[in-house]
Design a protein around this ligand. Structure first.
Ligand code: ZN
Ligand code: ZN
Length: 181
């Protein structure tokens, strides 16, 4: 049995019974198995999904943080029940195995929106991300060439740690390297 790693920022809230997110457990395909796990929960990392037989995901593939579960509002009885399984880790931004190609590209666009850069460079990269969206990822060479153009216009964006991990997950060759070239 394995314990779950909650974010540091939530641990003191949990001790004082303040509002925070519980943890979730889902299979690699994104079938939700639990969304109310508490900090003292112990889960079996070997268990399989009862819907599809896939292995279970107990945390982020990159940093090991728990999958964000339902929001627990202190002093309120019951949960809001509009829960949606997150596609990305709320600590490091890595994609969970169930995140679709579309969700991963949306996340790249979200990160791009938060970057400090010249507006014309941002526009250029946004256009390239739309091109990436229209590809299915099977043409490795076209994807790699597109990424090179993104890198040349936005080196800070392309070498951002979360961006590199997402691009790698999309199968962009060489995207994982922090070295610009
Ligand atoms: Zn499943
Ligand atoms: Zn993470």
């Amino acid at each position: 049995m394995q314990s779950l790693r909650f974010p540091e920022r939530d641990l003191h809230k949990i001790r004082r019974d303040e509002s925070h997110h519980r943890a979730a457990l889902a299979c690699r395909r994104g079938h939700v198995m639990s969304i109310y796990l508490m900090v003292d929960a112990r889960v079996d990392p070997e268990q399989k999904c009862t819907q599809c037989g896939a292995g279970v995901v107990t945390g982020c593939p990159n940093c090991g943080l728990r999958v964000r579960g339902e929001y627990y509002a202190a002093g309120v009885i019951g949960f809001s029940s509009n829960y949606e399984l997150p596609g990305f880790c709320d600590e490091c931004g890595s994609a969970f195995p169930w995140a679709t190609r579309e969700q991963r590209i949306y996340e790249l666009e979200n990160i791009l929106d938060q970057q400090e850069m010249a507006e014309h460079d941002r526009l250029f990269i946004a256009e390239r991300l739309r091109e990436l969206h229209s590809m299915d990822g099977s043409d490795r060479k076209a994807q790699a060439n597109l990424w090179k153009r993104i890198r040349s216009y936005g080196p800070a964006f392309a070498t951002h740690a979360a961006v590199r991990r997402i691009a790698e997950g999309l199968g962009v060759e060489g995207a994982g390297s922090a070295i610009f070239g």
